[in-house]
Ligand binder design. Structure first.
Ligand code: NAD
Ligand code: GLY
Length: 357
């Protein structure tokens, strides 16, 4: 099945299929162009050979980076640049990201910068990257002072989602990806949220049909939002439900200790809780959100090491803020998010405090 991200001349397809990694699609798309494949030490041994058989010719270079969020930094980007320059990639060359969101974000950023921008293809291999990070063109790396603070908008020319690759995905990573799937239900699609409530066990069991449907629906919803607001001047910000709180957890605990999706799960609980306490949302939705996240084996509270001040410090440097006002994604009802910069700080502190373990 195919979904289009409709961005005029920068439109691209998201192909979702079992075993599409070994289809002829890339042979046709990349014929005659120099290719640099970027992967990591975990995913490379699992899927690089399959990918190589799907290319029109040998890649000019393969960059295998160490595995982990802690390596999502400029030093890894330098390694990609080194390989690209040593192998004389030019402006017609293409980079391919084979891996999860860390590899996808970094490869996209390297492609955005190399010779002022070359094409790249996303081949995401985690649930999180298949439903979120590979679509929409946000690329970048972390800085010690903030997550994803250095980056660029750079759309891929295609996203190839082979659901077969999820067979080897560890359960903790599966759950982290499901957090982002639940996010779509909360922010834009109450019917999808209800479907998730019914089908969560099937997703936990990696049931093929359930996973494929959840990935497809998530990509459709994300594609619509990105097509409407590519550079996040408005509605796209709702995709960050729970992320402001979540980024604080990731930064404080050390990148890689808490998974992105786990931190987002706790962040979503905080955002939904704040929405209820501000009188925007029915308390029943908070209960259902916690119930679904728990059923997906996700954490609901922040680690004891965290303080209210840690959260406030992270919020102060959030990319959504305008003129130093903290902007948060909240819920008005199930399936309808809103952006607010008008919240009672004492209420926000209380919500954070009560959602720390
Ligand atoms: P990840 O890339 O670290 O992958 C998770 C782990 O799974 C890694 O150890 C990886 O090697 C392993 N792995 C990947 N595919 C596998 C497979 N098929 N089988 C076995 N193991 C596999 O993490 P992630 O959750 O995919 O992505 C998180 C990153 O994505 C974060 O850096 C986050 O900031 C970013 N992100 C970006 C966007 C965006 O819009 N660009 C959106 C959401 C998240
Ligand atoms: N993951 C948030 C976005 O793509 O905008």
């Amino acid at each position: 099945m195919q979904i289009t991200v409709d961005l005029g001349e920068r439109s691209y397809p998201i192909i979702i299929e079992h075993a599409c990694l070994t289809s002829n699609y890339l042979k046709e798309l990349l014929v005659g162009r120099k290719i640099c494949v970027v992967t990591n030490e975990t995913v490379g041994p699992l899927y690089l050979n399959d990918l190589l058989t799907a290319l029109p010719h040998e890649p000019a270079c393969i960059v295998e980076l160490p595995d982990g969020e802690q390596f999502k930094h400029m030093a890894s980007i330098e390694k990609i640049f080194d390989a690209a320059l040593e192998n004389k990639l030019n402006r017609k060359s293409v980079m391919i990201a084979l891996g999860g969101g860390v590899i996808g974000d970094m490869t996209g950023f390297a492609a955005a910068c190399y010779q002022r921008g070359i094409d790249f293809v996303q081949v995401p291999t985690t649930v999180l990257s298949q439903v979120d990070s590979s679509v929409g063109g946000k690329t970048g790396v972390n800085h010690l002072l903030g997550k994803n603070m250095i980056g660029a908008f750079h759309q891929p020319i295609a996203v190839l989602i082979d659901t077969n690759t999820l067979k080897t995905l560890p359960n903790r990573e599966l759950a982290a990806g499901i957090a982002e799937i639940i996010k779509y239900g909360l922010i834009v699609d109450d019917g999808f949220f209800e479907w998730l409530e019914v089908n969560i066990e099937a997703l936990n069991d990696k049931d093929d049909d359930a996973l494929t449907y959840a990935i497809k629906r998530s990509c459709e919803l994300k594609a619509q939002i990105v097509a409407e607001d590519e550079k996040e001047n408005g509605i796209r910000a709702i995709l960050n439900l729970g992320h402001t709180f979540g980024h604080a957890i990731e930064a404080k605990m050390g990148y890689g200790q808490w998974l992105h999706g786990e931190a987002v799960a706790v962040g979503m609980v905080m955002a939904v809780d704040l929405s209820v306490r501000m009188g925007l949302l029915d308390a029943e939705i908070l209960k259902r959100t916690c119930h679904l996240l728990e059923a997906a084996n996700l954490p609901l509270v922040a680690p004891t090491e965290m303080t209210v001040e840690d959260f406030l410090a992270a919020m102060a440097v959030d990319k959504k803020n305008i003129d130093d006002r903290i902007r948060l994604v909240l819920l008005e009802k199930l399936g309808k998010a809103c952006i607010s910069d008008d919240h009672d700080m004492s209420l926000m502190k209380l919500v954070i405090e009560e959602n720390i373990a």
